[in-house]
Design a protein around this ligand. Structure first.
Ligand SMILES: CC(C)(COP(=O)(O)OP(=O)(O)OC[C@H]1O[C@@H](n2cnc3c(N)ncnc32)[C@H](O)[C@@H]1O)[C@@H](O)C(=O)NCCC(=O)NCCS
Ligand SMILES: Nc1ncnc2c1ncn2[C@@H]1O[C@H](COP(=O)(O)OP(=O)(O)OP(=O)(O)O)[C@@H](O)[C@H]1O
Length: 216
C-alpha cells in the first residue's frame, strides 16, 4: 500500500500473496489466519462480490456477453463465462476492466479499516502484477510449484480438462516472472506441513523487513 495510505513511520504492514492459479495462495492465507491471527482480504472474494445478482457490473456483463451467462436466478454462470474469457484475451481484458476497479477500491477501503486495529493485513491477489496492484502492498510473497503439478492440482480442484487448465494458466503472467519480483518464494510441491514450516519462517521475517523499510 502507498506510504500515505499505510501511514509513514507506523510499523504497519500490508503483505501481498500471489502466484499462479492453484499454486496454493489461499492455502497459505488460511494458515496465516489460523496460526498467526492475521486478517485476510481476498481479491477473488471481492471479484465475486462485484458480480453479485442485481449488481450494475453483472448487468453490464449480461449486456456484453448475452443472457446465457446468467442462470434462472439471475446469478452469474461462472463456468460459462470462464470458458469465454480464458480462451479470448480481449474478452478477458474487457471483463477485468469492469471488475478490477471495484476490487482495487474495496481492497484499499477494507485494508485501511483493518489497519486501524491490526499491525498486519494480508491481501491475496492472484493478478497482483498483471492488474497493476503491486502498489497496494508493502511486500510480496509468491507461492510457486512446477507447471505439471500446477496443472494437475488445478484440474483436480476445478474438474477441468487439460486444455481448460492450460488456457487458465496461460492467461496469467508466467510464474517464473512473478518469482523474479517476489520478496519471498514458497515451494509448494511438498506436503502441507512443509508449506506451513516455510510460512512460519517467512512470517518471522516480515517484522524485520518492515522495520528496515520504515527506518530508510
Ligand atoms: C471468469 C470467472 C467468472 C471464472 O470464475 P471461476 O469461479 O471459475 O474462477 P475464480 O473466480 O474462483 O478464480 C480462480 C482463479 O482463476 C484465476 N483468474 C481469475 N480471473 C482471472 C483473469 N482475469 N486472468 C487470469 N487468471 C484469472 C485466478 O488465479 C483465480 O484465483 C472469474 O474468474 C472472474 O470473474 N474473473 C475476472 C475477475 C478477476 O480478474 N479476478 C481475479 C482477482 S482480481
Ligand atoms: N502442499 C499441498 N499438497 C497437496 N495439495 C495442496 C497443497 N497446497 C495446496 N493444495 C491443493 O491445491 C489446490 C490449489 O490450492 P489453493 O486453492 O490454495 O490455490 P490458489 O492459488 O488459492 O488457487 P486460485 O488461483 O484458484 O485462487 C487446492 O485443491 C488445495 O487443496
Amino acid at each position: 500500500m502507498s506510504e500515505s495510505a499505510r501511514g509513514k513511520g507506523f510499523n504497519k504492514t500490508v503483505l501481498g500473496i500471489t502466484g499462479g492459479i492453484a499454486t496454493g495462495k489461499s492455502t497459505v492465507a488460511h494458515y496465516l489466519a489460523q496460526a498467526h491471527a492475521v486478517p485476510i482480504l481476498d481479491a477473488d472474494d471481492l471479484a465475486r462480490k462485484a458480480v453479485a445478482p442485481g449488481s450494475e457490473i453483472l448487468q453490464r456483463i449480461q449486456v456484453h456477453f448475452g443472457p446465457g451467462v446468467l442462470d434462472q436466478h439471475g446469478a452469474l454462470r461462472r463456468e460459462t463465462l470462464g470458458n469465454l474469457v480464458f480462451n479470448n484475451p480481449q474478452e478477458r481484458q474487457w471483463l477485468e476492466s469492469q471488475i478490477h476497479p471495484f476490487v482495487r477500491q474495496q481492497l484499499i477501503i477494507q485494508a485501511q479499516a483493518l489497519l486501524g486495529t491490526h499491525d498486519q493485513v494480508v491481501m491475496v491477489i492472484p493478478l497482483l502484477f498483471e492488474a497493476a496492484m503491486r502498489d497496494l502492498v508493502d511486500l510480496v510473497w509468491v507461492v510457486a510449484l512446477a507447471p505439471e503439478l500446477q496443472l494437475s492440482r488445478l484440474m483436480a480442484r476445478n474438474h477441468l480438462t487439460l486444455d481448460q487448465a492450460i488456457a487458465r494458466v496461460q492467461s496469467q503472467m508466467p510464474l517464473s516472472e512473478k518469482i523474479k519480483q517476489a520478496d519471498w518464494v514458497f515451494d509448494n510441491q511438498g506436503t502441507l506441513a512443509d508449506l506451513y514450516q516455510q510460512i512460519d519462517q517467512a512470517w518471522g521475517h516480515v517484522g524485520a523487513f518492515m522495520t528496515k523499510v520504515n527506518n530508510q
